[in-house]
Ligand binder design. Structure first.
Ligand code: IPE
Ligand code: IPE
Ligand code: MG
Length: 246
């Protein structure tokens, strides 16, 4: 909240607005611990922050927002915590994601949804279906997502098509490979934000973040605000991207 005093301090250029921001929403557990609350209270607060940040992203005019909600490694947590996260997901798929769809927001899920409970899979497919006609901000929720697992699934699919004679090895260009990933059709994120002071990628968008700018902040995800998002975009707009050129 301290940062709210900074509101309006980060003048942004509309021309240099990124099309796609990806966020590693980290720090829910520590936020709860600081307050003597159970970890699930942190996840609930984090879900509320996501709601605000989706609105902020619409207001900034972003085209894509990808958020890391649950990784392929997060199954290692206690059953109690995993269940709490899945129950929150159920609730949010039912309520606010549908509300956002009314506002023209599109939603889809990246990651392997087969491992999720059948009712959640059904809700996801319903939302993706409802989303199809929408033209506003596209929110991609990474669920049971891991960059290595995504590449593994893409490679398995390509190998199968080669075996069946539908794909030739020489056709496997970078664009072709990108088309087999969960993010097919989405431009790479220009900016990846990670909250909570951790400075690592934790298996997020390994292929897609090849040339992304990274922005790390100490704020725990439940405390993240629109102003902090603007601060991150401001930092991004003041960097020089070189893509290996001089
Ligand atoms: C991020 O918060 C949410 C998920 C990974 C599901 P954490 O739960 O990782 O919070 P910390 O890192 O323990 O504080
Ligand atoms: C990354 O956070 C995954 C999500 C935010 C969903 P983690 O908290 O799981 O990552 P590590 O374990 O600190 O690398
Ligand atoms: Mg964490």
């Amino acid at each position: 909240m301290a940062l709210e005093k900074d509101a309006g301090r980060f003048p942004l250029s509309a021309e240099k607005m990124p099309k796609h921001i990806a966020i590693i929403m980290d720090g829910n557990g520590r936020w709860a611990k600081k307050r003597g609350l159970p970890r699930k209270a942190g996840h609930k607060a984090g879900a509320e922050t996501l709601e605000k940040i989706i609105s902020a992203a619409r207001e900034l005019g972003l085209e894509h927002l990808t958020v890391y909600a649950f990784s392929t490694e997060n199954w290692k947590r206690s059953q109690e915590e995993v269940d709490a996260i899945m129950n929150l997901l159920r609730q949010y798929l039912k309520n606010y994601f549908k509300k956002f769809i009314k506002d023209d927001v599109r939603m889809d899920v990246i990651g392997d949804i087969n491992r999720l409970d059948a009712d959640i899979q059904k809700q996801i497919m319903e939302i993706e279906q409802l989303s199809k006609e929408k033209t506003g901000l596209f929110v991609h929720i990474a669920l049971n997502y891991g960059g290595r697992d995504e590449l593994r699934r893409a490679m398995t699919k390509m190998a199968q098509e080669v075996v069946e004679g539908r794909l030739l090895p020489e056709e496997m260009t970078e664009d072709c490979i990108a088309g087999y990933l969960d993010t097919a059709g989405t431009p790479d994120p220009e900016l990846v934000i990670r909250t909570s002071g951790e400075e690592r990628i934790s298996n997020f968008l390994l292929w897609q973040a090849a040339y992304s700018e990274f922005y790390f902040c100490d704020t725990l995800w439940p405390d993240f605000t629109k102003t902090e998002l603007e601060k991150a975009v401001f930092a991004y707009q003041n960097r020089e991207r070189r893509f290996g050129g001089r």
